[in-house]
Design a protein around this ligand. Structure first.
Ligand SMILES: Nc1ncnc2c1ncn2[C@@H]1O[C@H](COP(=O)(O)OP(=O)(O)OP(=O)(O)O)[C@@H](O)[C@H]1O
Ligand SMILES: [Mg+2]
Length: 289
């Protein structure tokens, strides 16, 4: 069995107190093994960013424990070293520094890490190469597109070769093509380097690029499942939808319950089943001839 990289038990986070208290996290139990690629989904305000912040030691729990890479985060001796060495962050709030070049931005996590200036620079260029932007290392963030900036943020997250990458909606502000590229990049790191990756996303398609989806609601984990195959995921979504429930309950006129997203998935599923049928029947035809 693989080693547990993250172990969270009874994690609660309450912001404020008294009548205005917000229970952002409410008794989270979660374990993540080294090398997993995991998506965290759920409605706005359900606690996704709060959870990621706790795992990255950016915020303190009200109750409960968070262990990462064998360390109890409440007892960390050097929080800065943990953040710099163990975790790479791709957060929208941790945007690129506008007055530094792409290369200098990628170098920032290496500062204070006892790495010489020459080595830092070479490593930053290697990382920019990895995300396909090596020839623009000296450009300023404002000269890049949103997707390119996000790639620089991924390169920066990798600066100290972390075991864990925490990405909070890394594709949120991107068109679907750039979003797919970012996910492909994270997937490749996960496969080739064994980096554990946690991605918060609202987008089902983004989540499907991972291996496991954790769904949250009101500060709790309400679902945690491993992805098997995209078709099964689509069928699961349809079965859970109002449309699927209407069909399963044998309601009249189930199609009035369909949303545009469900309709698109339904069409894709039917097309795939249709395509699979044709492939399956082709050899039979060939035998007849
Ligand atoms: N610093 C804070 N002070 C007070 N309340 C906070 C703070 N940070 C978050 N919250 C509250 O905690 C809850 C969870 O917030 P969080 O940012 O984790 O949600 P989220 O799932 O990331 O939402 P979104 O999808 O909109 O980013 C929300 O009700 C939010 O208003
Ligand atoms: Mg958030």
């Amino acid at each position: 069995m693989r080693e547990q990289l993250i172990r969270i038990s009874g994690l609660t986070k309450v912001y404020g107190s008294g009548e205005t208290a917000v229970h952002a996290l409410d008794g989270i139990e979660l374990t993540v093994e080294e090398g997993e690629f995991l998506a965290i989904m759920g409605p706005s305000g359900c606690g996704k960013s709060t959870l990621l912040n706790m795992i990255g030691a950016l915020d303190q729990p009200t109750e409960g424990e968070v262990w990462v890479a064998g360390e109890n985060l409440a007892r960390l001796k050097n929080v800065d070293a943990f953040r710099a060495q163990t975790v790479g962050f791709v957060f929208q709030l941790h945007n690129l520094l506008p007055t530094l070049t792409a290369r200098e931005n990628v170098e920032t996590p290496m500062q204070g890490q006892n790495i010489g200036a020459h080595k830092r620079r070479a490593r930053a260029l290697d990382l920019l190469k990895l995300v396909g932007l090596e020839d623009r290392a000296d450009h300023m963030p404002s000269q890049f597109s949103g997707g390119q900036r996000q790639r620089i943020a991924v390169a920066r997250a990798l600066a100290n070769n972390p075991r864990l990458i925490l990405a909070d909606e890394p594709t949120g502000s991107l068109d679907s093509q750039s979003g797919e590229e970012i996910m492909a990049l994270l997937g490749e790191l996960n496969r080739t380097q064994g980096t554990t990756v946690l991605v918060v996303t609202h987008d089902r398609r983004v989540a499907q690029a991972t291996q496991r989806i954790v769904r949250m609601h009101d500060g709790r984990i309400v679902e945690d499942h491993r992805l098997l195959d995209p078709m099964e995921e689509d069928l699961r979504m349809l079965a859970r939808s109002k449309l699927g429930q209407a069909i399963l309950n044998e309601d009249d006129m189930p199609l009035v319950n369909i949303t545009p997203e469900e309709e698109a998935v339904l069409r894709q599923v039917l097309a795939r089943i249709d395509g699979a049928g044709e492939e399956a029947s082709a050899p039979a035809d060939a035998r007849v001839n």
